[in-house]
Write a protein that binds this ligand. Structure first.
Ligand code: ZN
Ligand code: ZN
Length: 175
């Protein structure tokens, strides 16, 4: 698929057109061209280091979604995108470069067009990486928080004053 068609697909999901989304489209286009495929289940996993507009392009185009557990957010504030393919046991990381367009004073629309017409290698540093994917999403038992009573995943319970509680209740207790 061409960048333009991929962008249209991403916009339908994301709601508006923006340069951030174009960055995600370019990353998704690159991995599709490298033989990675849309992921109906957890074949492909994406690890993102920001939660900006670009991530929605991955969800729409690659099927790496928050709900399926094959989209993992690490809150590092970087425009880095790492992909692992469990079928081929390949991994690739894309890391955005300082943009040459930034000193050209492009308008927003020009910036979007610039990104969509760019070669991925021009926008990202791209590395092949070892296949070290995170584990598959786990289905876990939930138990009631002893303070608020809301069902909470076992692994997220905190112990404080001999009670097991959810994270928000724990934070209130600690104030
Ligand atoms: Zn956006
Ligand atoms: Zn609670």
């Amino acid at each position: 698929m061409e960048a333009k068609e991929l962008m249209e697909k991403a916009v339908r999901f994301h709601g508006h057109i923006c340069p951030g989304l174009a960055i995600g489209v370019l990353a998704a286009k690159y991995v599709l061209e490298q033989g990675y495929d849309y992921s109906p289940n957890e074949e492909l996993v994406a690890i993102v280091e920001n939660d900006n507009c670009s991530v929605d392009a991955l969800q729409a185009i690659l099927g790496t979604t928050f709900g399926k557990g094959n989209l993992i957010h690490q809150d590092y504030g970087k425009n880095n995108f790492t992909f692992y393919d469990r079928r081929t046991e390949k991994g690739v990381k894309l890391s955005i470069k300082i943009s040459k367009s930034s000193d050209k004073k492009l308008t927003r629309d020009e910036k979007i067009q610039f990104l969509l017409n760019s070669k991925p290698e021009g926008i990202f540093n791209i590395y092949e990486i070892d296949f070290t994917p995170p584990g598959l999403a786990q289905i876990e038992e939930s138990v009631p928080c002893e303070i608020c009573g809301e069902l909470t995943m076992n692994s997220r319970l905190m112990t404080y004053n001999n009670s097991e509680m959810c994270i928000p209740c724990y934070k209130k207790m600690r104030k």
